[in-house]
Design a protein around this ligand. Structure first.
Ligand code: HAX
Length: 442
């Protein structure tokens, strides 16, 4: 018996009927007209899809089903004696739109534990890759290797009614989420710990078990992993990883294929790979200055040099946000609450200094729309503090968390019967003709 699935079935039916009626009655309602700049510059600000799980406000940041990150850190169920939310809880919230009880979160954790067995061939595939293969490439390959298990693909081949799509997408998504921690840990231990693997401990919650399989038994790292896995889940529908998953899923590619597409997007340095880039950038800064804490002036010069070299300052800027990312603030709070009282960490301190120095410089360029830090500006130094020094691995952790958001959205996509996504495009010649015609009329 899967009570989460029963609740989803009870919820999604009426919402689906409501959406169909809305399209029928108000389908011609104009949502806005878009500019040439928006068409050329990544469709920023265009409302082009429906995402139920979260909504991003440029000034305030993300809300998951109406709740901010500080609210969720307080309200979501925690592990026994724990202080940070269990990510099982935010998945329940995104899928059903309701805060879960402690019992529901425990039941979901057990549900994932029962599904967590990764087929052996996935490890065999990973073992064949050169050890130098980037962890994100390995992650995507492992997800694709697991596609042999897709219940959606098997059912579609046999022939199923459209109304049943969500059920199989739900099953695939739950299996994927259950198995990703093992896959991530396998990649990590193979690449960085001489292939000495650690068996799962399903008495632990999903995030703590991930920390355990990675080789981190420290309670503090488990606490960080719960927060990390909660805050990275979702950022509404238009970001590259969420949009790619949604887009590929719209072709009825199964959740393994769709999620792998999302992860190839997350692996880009302007998106999830920025967390790796931030650490490398800070390490290079330290190296150039011969170690220790830099002065504010030295950081200022380094930022200016980065810009002068035509590079981006990683961890700063955002396509939608126009203020400090609340996910950055949550990690800053984690540092001041749990780490700093025990002794300052040089790299975490540098992050605080960059936060003070960078925004006015970035703003001063006159072109960067958001001079404030995003989630990736802080995450690496916290992992590094607890001993995870392998920067190239950081985006895989982001990806494990992101699965919760994009896959709960994918289940909704199929429950609501969203069709194939196929926006129109235009040529530059076409744009010029439209402008000329409008100007001739005026
Ligand atoms: N450093 C230097 N230049 C920057 C910048 C930064 N941090 N942020 C923006 N710019 C530049 C852009 O490259 C662009 O330059 P050109 O006009 O020469 O092309 C100009 O400022 C205007 O860009 P924008 O409109 O402010 O920003 P975009 O919406 O185009 O891009 C990005 C948003 C996040 C990609 C951008 O801010 C950036 O590259 N940041 C650094 C990389 C980063 O931290 N990425 C992670 C973002 C959060 C996320 O997805 N996490 O997973």
């Amino acid at each position: 018996m899967d009570s989460l699935k029963d609740k989803f079935a009870a919820k999604s039916g009426p919402v689906s009927a409501e959406v169909k009626a809305l399209i029928k009655e108000k389908g011609d309602f104009k949502l806005g007209e878009y500019t040439v700049a928006q068409v050329y510059q990544g469709m920023k600000g265009m409302i082009g899809m429906v995402t139920e799980t979260s909504k991003l406000d440029p000034e305030e940041g993300i809300r998951f089903r109406g709740y901010t990150i500080p609210e969720l850190r307080e309200k979501l169920p925690k592990a026994k004696g724990g202080t940070e939310p269990l990510p099982e809880g935010i998945f329940h919230l995104m899928l059903l739109g309701e805060l879960p009880t402690q019992e529901e979160v425990l039941s979901l954790g057990n549900n994932w534990a029962r599904r967590a067995i990764v087929p052996k061939h996935v490890f065999d595939v990973l073992d064949e890759l050169p050890a130098s293969t980037h962890p994100m490439t390995q992650f995507v390959i492992a997800i694709l290797a697991m596609q042999t298990e897709s219940l959606f693909a098997a059912a579609y081949k046999k022939g199923i009614n459209k109304k049943e799509y969500w059920d199989y997408v739900y099953e695939d998504s739950m299996n994927l989420i259950a198995r990703l921690p093992r896959v991530a840990a396998y990649i990590y231990r193979r690449k960085y710990k001489n292939g000495v693997h650690i068996e799962p401990d399903h008495k632990l919650d999903w995030a703590a078990n991930l920390a355990h399989m990675l080789g981190y038994e420290d309670l503090d790292m488990k606490r960080l992993m719960r927060l990390y896995m909660t805050i990275h889940v979702d950022h509404e529908g238009g970001n590259v990883s969420a949009h790619a998953t949604h887009l590929v899923g719209s072709a009825l590619s199964d959740p393994y294929l769709a999620f792998a597409a999302g992860m190839t997007g997350l692996a880009g340095p302007l998106h999830g790979l920025a967390n790796q880039e931030v650490l490398s950038w800070i390490m290079e800064l330290r190296e150039e200055l011969g170690g220790g804490l830099p002065t504010e002036k030295q950081i200022e010069d380094y930022i200016k040099k980065t810009l002068a070299d035509g590079k981006v300052v990683p961890g700063y800027g955002h396509a939608v946000l126009r203020k400090t990312d609340p996910r950055f603030a949550a990690q800053q709070d984690f540092y001041t609450r749990y780490i700093r009282p025990l002794g300052k960490d040089d790299l975490c301190e540098i992050v605080q200094m960059v936060y003070k120095v960078a925004p006015p410089i970035l703003e001063g360029t006159g072109k960067i729309k958001n001079p404030w830090p995003n989630v990736d500006a802080h995450s690496g130094v916290l992992l590094n503090h607890y001993g995870m020094v392998e920067h190239e691995f950081y985006t895989v952790l982001f990806g494990v968390s992101r699965a919760l958001g994009v896959l709960s959205s994918l289940i909704w996509d199929r429950a609501l019967g969203h069709p194939l996504e196929r926006p129109g495009s235009i040529t530059t010649e076409g744009i010029k003709k439209k402008i000329a015609a409008a100007e001739a009329k005026a």
